[in-house]
Each structure stands twice: as structure tokens, then as C-alpha cells.
Design a protein around this ligand. Structure first.
Ligand code: T4K
Length: 374
């Protein structure tokens, strides 16, 4: 088989017609208001609140700053239990708040933090659980809340991958104390860079809004030590525009995912992540798991050989956060504590997924992968 003429990346951003972008920017220019809770920001915040089906939203310049603020707003300290199978932003948001991340193993099927192993990680210093809805798959939210209630812990969810994920029709941002969404260019829905926090408690939203604006209450009062986490008007305008294209993008992605499933489901050694029936898929990633014994070659080998065909799949989220030099000496980072995460991180491969990816290219990627089987 011939390699693709152009590189096929794991994702490509949704890009609305430039003329429409220009039209949106004209409004921003006319307002002469570029940041600090301007008109586009206010409209966009309302739209996101409706879209995510939540009661409170605060917009941010990116998801990482949003997560930093979430941790800070709950006055967490000591230790927070989290997953090692995630993007660096998750444990770093704890570390930057002076908190020690405590890595808990993940469940094999969902690849999210394993609720049956959380309680044994709780110490007198533990103040919260930080779960990640990895690849848009919801954490075991009920069990996690039970543990949190029993142990007096807060719950934060990193929902960076879970825009549009719903559980039985309830927006994923309604669970736990706070959820963080990322609107980075690589996400299904984006504002180039951007993010949001959602929470049920309106007083908490007020605190979050102060924290993302240096703690400034008014011209005479700075009431807490905040940071600059504000989303600007250009980001908000792009977000409003992208919202209009979201359903079309989701439809296209659904067709691509259906094609991957059709072409790969009967391949021995490859397993597909199944989204439970009661969960609305975020369509953010398409993930396969490769079992070397059954497939004949390893995930790493598949990743390398796909590149020879100009296909840039990604080994998200390798390496585990517990293997980073800044965390590897923590007691919870001991590989013996994380057997499932160790196995999963060696098996997972994210295949290209974005609306403009041709179905014929998806079929060809599957054919290439199947041809590797030994
Ligand atoms: N928590 C979790 C669980 C997360 O996954 C993330 C971010 C965060 C927190 C933090 O949220 P933010 O602060 O980022 O809002 C990318 C993204 O930069 C990152 O947002 C995302 N997770 C992560 C999963 O993916 P990289 O280092 O893999 O990106 P990069 O530059 O290698 O891009 C991947 C591919 O996307 C490229 O090969 C081509 C394509 N691409 C990328 C960009 C930026 C484009 O076609 N156009 C583009 O503009 O991290």
C-alpha cells in the first residue's frame, strides 16, 4: 500500500469560513472591547451554560489555568488523589497549588481512576479527589461521590475531553464540586486556546470569577490573590462561531467512528473502547488498544509503522504522569501501585479523528493497521 501523500494527524481543528471569522471580528473591533468580560464573552458564557446543561460557567484563557483556579477556589491543600493516566496539566495543577498528587490506579475498561482503589489512598492529609473523564469516558461518578462524602473530600473533574458528554441526559459538568473543560484547538469544540469551569454553587462561581481576574472586586478592592485567567473577546467570538458548526462536526465524526468500528472490530488483538448506552459520546478521540500477544506486534511498533505511511497516530497519554522526573519519587508513583495504568499506557493508540478526514482515508488507515497483524 502507498503512503498517504500528505501527513494525516491525530486531529485538525474545526475551521469555519474565514469570511465568517472576519465578520465576527468586525463586531469585536467596533466594540473596541478586547477582553475583561466584554459583550462576546457574556453571550458566549450563556451559550456554553446552555450547551453543557449546567447552572454556572466561568470562561478561561485555557484549561490548565482553569484547573489551577478550580483547585485554588476550594482551598485544597495536603494531598489530592488523582490518576496517572492523563495529560501533564492534571497533576501539575495540583503541584502549582503546593499539593502533592497521590496516584491511584485506573480501571481497565474505562481507563479512569479506579473507585475500588481510592479509599486505601486516603490519608489524614487528603483533601480531594481529582478524576479525569479520559477520552470523554465518564469516571465512576456515583462511587467517587460516595467515597468523597464518606471521607469528607471535595471532588474535581478534569473534563478536558468531555465537552458534550452526558450521562443519562445530564451534562457531565454537573458532577462533583467543579469540572474543567478545555477549548484547545485540538478539541472537538475550541476557541484556539480556552477553557471553562462549571459548578453548581453560585457563591463558588463568584469566587472563581474573582480568582480569574486577580481577585479584583472593584476599583477600590482586591479581595483575594487571584491570577489572570480571562478569556478574551477574540476567543469568545471564535467560540460563538464554532458552536454553530458543532452539530455538523459531530455528525462527520460519528461517521468516521462508525467506519473505524466497522473496519476494526473483528481484528484479533485490537479492542475498541465502548461507550455505554446511557452516555452521550464527546467524539473527541477514537482510541484502540493493541494487545501484543494477540496482534503479533506491539502498540509502539504499530505507532512507528503508521508513521511510515504518513499517519501520525498518538500514544496518549504516554508516559504516565507518575513516571515524570518531578513525580517519580512519590510513594504512590511506585509501578507496583499502578499495574493497570502500566498495562493500559502500553496498549492505547489514538487514531486520527476530525470532521474533514475522508471516509476513504479512514478505511485505508484500518487496512494498513490490519496488514501489520502477524
Ligand atoms: N487535562 C487534560 C486531560 C488534557 O488532555 C488537557 C489538554 C488539559 C487538561 C489542559 O487543557 P489546555 O490547557 O490545553 O486547554 C494537545 C493539546 O495542546 C492539549 O490541549 C490536549 N490536552 C492534549 C491532549 O493535546 P499535544 O502536545 O499533543 O499537541 P500537539 O501540538 O502535538 O498537537 C496534536 C496534533 O494536532 C498535531 O500533530 C497536529 C494537530 N494540530 C494541533 C494544533 C495545536 C493542528 O492541526 N492544529 C493546531 O493548531 O497537546
Amino acid at each position: 500500500m502507498k503512503p498517504f501523500d500528505e501527513p494525516i494527524y491525530v486531529t485538525r481543528p474545526l475551521l469555519p469560513d474565514l469570511k465568517e471569522v472576519y465578520h465576527e471580528l468586525e463586531k469585536v473591533w467596533a466594540s473596541k472591547w478586547l477582553s475583561n468580560n466584554g459583550p462576546e464573552h457574556q453571550i458566549f458564557e450563556g451559550e456554553i451554560r446552555r450547551r453543557l446543561k449546567v447552572s454556572n460557567v466561568s470562561l478561561f484563557n485555557n484549561g490548565t489555568i482553569a484547573l489551577l483556579v478550580a483547585v485554588n477556589s476550594l482551598s485544597l491543600k495536603g494531598e489530592v488523589i488523582t490518576t496517572p493516566f492523563t495529560f501533564p496539566a492534571t497533576p501539575h495543577a495540583l503541584f502549582w497549588n503546593g499539593i502533592t498528587p497521590v496516584f491511584c490506579d485506573i480501571a481497565d475498561e474505562s481507563m479512569t481512576i479506579d473507585p475500588s482503589k481510592i479509599e486505601q489512598m486516603v490519608s489524614p492529609r487528603t483533601t480531594a479527589i481529582l478524576g479525569v473523564h479520559i477520552f470523554g469516558t465518564p469516571c465512576h461518578i456515583e462511587k467517587i461521590q460516595e467515597i468523597a462524602n464518606r471521607c469528607g473530600l471535595k471532588v474535581i473533574y478534569d473534563a478536558a475531553h468531555a465537552f458534550d458528554t452526558e450521562v443519562d441526559g445530564t451534562g457531565i459538568g454537573n458532577f462533583g464540586d467543579i469540572s474543567m473543560f478545555s477549548f484547545h484547538a485540538t478539541k472537538l469544540f475550541h476557541t484556539a486556546e480556552g477553557g471553562a469551569l462549571t459548578c453548581k454553587d453560585t457563591d463558588l462561581k463568584r469566587c472563581i470569577d474573582l480568582l480569574k481576574n486577580f481577585g479584583i472586586k472593584n476599583e477600590d478592592e482586591v479581595v483575594m490573590s487571584g491570577i489572570n485567567g480571562k478569556m478574551n473577546e477574540i476567543q469568545a467570538a471564535l467560540g460563538l462561531l464554532n458552536l454553530r458548526y458543532l452539530e455538523v462536526e459531530r455528525e462527520k465524526r460519528k461517521r468516521i467512528i462508525d467506519t473505524y468500528i466497522r473496519c476494526l472490530r473483528d481484528t484479533e488483538g485490537i479492542s475498541l473502547t465502548e461507550i455505554p448506552k446511557h452516555v452521550k459520546n464527546s467524539y473527541q478521540y477514537f482510541v484502540i488498544r493493541i494487545e501484543q500477544e494477540k496482534f503479533g506486534i506491539s502498540r509502539d511498533e504499530v505507532y512507528k509503522r503508521l508513521r511510515e505511511y504518513n499517519v501520525y497516530a498518538r500514544k496518549y497519554f504516554y508516559p504516565l504522569c507518575s513516571d515524570y522526573p518531578c513525580y517519580k519519587n512519590l510513594p504512590s508513583a511506585d509501578p507496583a501501585n499502578l499495574p493497570v495504568a502500566k498495562k493500559v499506557v502500553a496498549e492505547v493508540l489514538c487514531l486520527p479523528l476530525y470532521g474533514d478526514l475522508a471516509i476513504s482515508s479512514v478505511e485505508k488507515i484500518c487496512e494498513i493497521i490490519r496488514s501489520f497483524r502477524k
